[in-house]
Design a protein around this ligand. Structure first.
Ligand code: 5AD
Ligand code: FES
Length: 376
């Protein structure tokens, strides 16, 4: 049983004093973009539906200040479900025997990105399990070809932990951004969710290396994993404040029945939305996706995230025949759709909640200014 957000359940209503204190803390947080650990804990331990509405409004307003109602689109291509790692929550980890494995060749990746380009996308997220097939040489070839055929794009890699040297080579070959969720900033929880050969320290080291090399970096975490407490989530907020990444991916943990963590509860929509909103107030200019996991948990989970501070969506451009095999969690959306369908669907959803799509490369607002000034 999850211990986070105890008062969200059963229509619990706080008395006036607690509600007023939460509102005051949210006001302070909106101004300072940080709170003490105790103050964060007070919010998370005591928040009920009533106070979430106040939090959501503050987070939406702050997003609007910097990004208005624009939503950046990133086309996601899932290149391989081979993975040498054993994250216990993940449905494509190396112990799962029930799935058929696939990987895309450089030619196939380019073909599907080109289709994405013709649909208007200008950012591609190349994501996959940690598959040794994709050596630095293979990926450098891919990056050179992508950047020469589609120069007005940004390439994001999301291929797990690699050496600093490898990250540097890939950056030199044309990669612009790297997504590597920290998963949790609590060492104890990290060790519970991962096998002993995976290292909490190495993951953090990777994120620092990526930043040092000059990538736009994305971190992130799951909400509602088994054993997670509010204190762990406060650690996530503190870690993010210190790392100051350009992007933060947040989604509910969704239990996969073929993994070691089978039989556990999944994270909930409200818990996830609270953490999206809390992250917007923490890092006002951050790029914050309305994640596929949120859309998989609830049919308008992504739209709800846009209303509480998210400003990015990541439609799928993987070959339809492989999509079901990239099953990091069950009941994932878009697995039977084509790229054209996802493109139209995503736009309709964004417009449906009063937002507009932005098909630019969608850099972090601080970098956008640097590039624009350099052009003048
Ligand atoms: N539920 C939700 N998110 C998951 N991820 C992996 N497995 C699951 C799951 N069962 C997330 C991890 C990973 C990202 C690609 O997907 O946070 O970093
Ligand atoms: Fe893929 Fe809706 S985003 S079908």
């Amino acid at each position: 049983m999850n211990t986070i957000f105890p008062k969200l359940k059963n229509d619990f209503q706080n008395d006036e004093v607690i509600t007023t204190n939460i509102y005051k803390l949210i006001d302070k947080y909106s101004v300072n973009n940080h709170l003490s650990k105790d103050e964060f804990l007070f919010i998370l331990d005591n928040i009920t539906e009533k106070e979430t509405r106040y939090l959501y409004k503050k987070a939406y307003d702050l997003k609007y200040e910097f990004y208005q109602n624009r939503v950046y689109l990133r086309a996601l291509i899932e290149i391989s479900n081979y993975c040498k790692m054993g994250c216990k929550y993940c449905g494509i980890n190396n112990t799962v025997e029930s799935i058929e494995r696939y990987r895309l060749s450089v030619d196939e990746i380019i073909e599907y990105c080109a289709l994405g380009y013709s649909l208007g996308y200008r950012t591609f997220v190349i994501q996959g399990g940690e598959d040794s097939y994709y050596t630095d040489d293979v990926l450098s070839l891919l990056l050179h070809r992508l950047k020469s055929e589609m120069p007005d794009t940004r390439i994001t890699l999301s291929l797990g932990e690699r050496s600093k040297k490898s990250y540097q080579i890939l950056k030199d070959a044309g990669a612009d951004r790297y997504l590597l969720r920290h998963e949790t900033a609590s060492k104890k929880l990290y060790n519970y969710l991962h096998p002993s050969y995976m290292s909490f320290e190495n993951r953090r080291e990777c994120l620092h290396n990526l930043k040092e090399i000059g990538y736009q970096v994305g971190a992130g975490f799951m909400v509602g994993t088994p054993s997670q407490t509010n204190k762990d989530l406060v650690d996530d907020l503190f870690f993010l404040k210190e790392l100051n990444p350009h992007m933060v991916g947040i989604g509910p943990y969704l239990c996969h029945e073929d993994t070691e963590l089978k039989g556990n509860m999944s994270g909930t929509l409200t818990e996830s939305l609270i953490m999206v909103a809390m992250t917007r107030l923490l890092l006002p200019k951050v790029l914050l996706p309305a994640t596929t996991a949120l859309g998989s948990l609830h049919k308008i989970g992504r739209e709800k995230a846009l209303k509480v501070g998210a400003n990015v969506m990541m439609p799928n451009i993987s070959p339809t025949e492989n999509r079901e095999l990239y099953e990091i969690y069950q009941n994932k959306i878009c697995t039977t759709d084509t790229s054209e369908l996802c493109r139209n669907c995503v736009e309709a959803r964004i417009v449906g909640v009063g937002h507009v799509i932005d098909l630019g490369v969608g850099d972090h607002i601080d970098l956008e200014r640097v590039t624009n000034n350099a052009r003048k």
